[in-house]
Design a protein around this ligand. Structure first.
Ligand SMILES: *[C@@H]1O[C@H](CO)[C@@H](O)[C@H](O)[C@H]1NC(C)=O
Ligand SMILES: *[C@@H]1O[C@H](CO)[C@@H](O)[C@H](O)[C@H]1NC(C)=O
Length: 333
């Protein structure tokens, strides 16, 4: 499932300022007094949702840089009971930063004694337990997902420990993998407040791309292409993800972006690669629509289908969802 938010392609005018929309959203969640946008969407006011969140307030007010991401994930794991989580890295970015994944599911047993943090540290697959993955920050400057995936991991682990019935059921039956940052190099290059630089600034400066100037979200082989698949030499992040996907059996995936506020479901392109307006169905279209709607209908702004993002005020999405290719065609997914 390709669901989440999406930064629109840089060639469309007024796209990257959409990032503001998400930044705004984060601001609003933090300060109900400024929640004009949310009020308009008739959302309920945000309240503290998890036990312990109040005393943790300080942890939610800044981005985790460099090694802090690894330690934040270690802390998230430690919030759960023993045997619930495994931290490992699926490979490295161009500049050598680890691509961390936190695996969460009940009954994992103790981690390997040698302290290995490579892909094998994930531990064995559990028969009959569906694997689900969430990937964030593949555009280095679309940063909100990187944070919220850490919060989500922590909440899943802490919720299991305190016996939250939904979360216990979830992690008893589902094998969840959280990869908060696929582009840690771009993230470190991005500057808070630089929203939109990618449109006009020097190439790569915004942090959207990896350190070799490659957009990771445009660097996967394309299912409708008949030629040679693209070389992955400049995108070790993509290669690591593909290898990891091949070693596993994920049945559902979410990919979180910054930018417009919509749940976009597969496919993202069609054989004819028309720029926009072609509904490109998977054979599971109904399932994807259902899941996209479930996501969007629980999001105070997304569910309105009219996010009023700066630069794209008029853009609307029925029920807050869209087929990716119908929105705009992107090859190499
Ligand atoms: C690229 O981003 C889109 C959202 O625009 C997402 O649907 C898709 O899954 C992403 N592709 C990959 C390979 O992650
Ligand atoms: C979750 O799994 C544990 C360990 O097998 C079991 O004791 C518990 O009853 C399960 N809870 C739910 C809600 O499935």
């Amino acid at each position: 499932m390709a669901s989440g938010w999406d930064a629109r392609p840089p060639w469309r005018p007024g796209r990257l300022p959409l990032l503001l929309c998400l930044l705004l959203l984060v601001q609003l969640l933090r300060s109900p007094a400024r929640a004009a946008h949310i009020k308009k969407a008739e959302a309920t006011t945000t309240t503290t949702t998890s036990a312990g969140a109040e005393e943790d307030e300080g942890q939610f007010d800044r981005y985790y840089h460099e090694e802090e991401l690894g330690s934040a994930l270690r802390e998230a794991a430690a919030a759960g009971p023993p045997g619930l989580a495994r931290l490992f890295s699926i490979g490295s970015s161009v500049e050598g930063r680890p691509l961390w994944v936190l695996r969460l599911t009940a009954g994992l047993g103790p981690p390997p004694p040698d302290g290995d943090l490579g892909p094998d540290a994930a531990g064995p697959l559990l028969p009959g337990r569906p694997q689900v993955k969430l990937v964030g920050n593949m555009h280095g400057d679309e940063t909100v997902s990187r944070q919220v995936l850490v919060y989500l991991a922590r909440e899943l682990a802490a919720g299991y420990r305190r016996g939250d019935p939904r979360l216990v059921r979830l992690l008893n039956t589902t094998d969840v993998y959280v990869l908060p940052s696929l582009n840690p190099d771009g993230f470190e290059r991005a500057r808070e407040g630089d929203c939109g630089l990618g449109d006009s600034g020097p190439p790569g400066a915004s942090g959207r791309d990896n350190s070799r100037g490659r957009d990771l979200n445009r660097s996967f082989p394309d299912q409708f292409s008949t030629g040679e698949p693209p070389s992955l030499d400049d995108v070790p992040e993509v290669r690591a993800l593909i290898e990891w996907i091949r070693r596993n059996k994920f049945v559902l995936s979410g990919n979180l972006h910054g930018g417009s506020v919509v749940a976009s479901y597969p496919f993202d392109d069609s054989p004819e690669h028309k720029a926009t307006g072609v509904y490109s169905k998977t054979s599971d279209d109904e399932v994807f629509r259902y899941l996209a709607k479930a996501y969007a209908s629980n999001h105070p702004i997304m569910k309105t289908g009219a996010p009023h993002c700066p630069g794209d005020e008029e853009e609307t999405f029925k029920d807050g969802i869209t087929n990716g290719a119908h929105w705009y065609d992107v090859e190499g997914m």
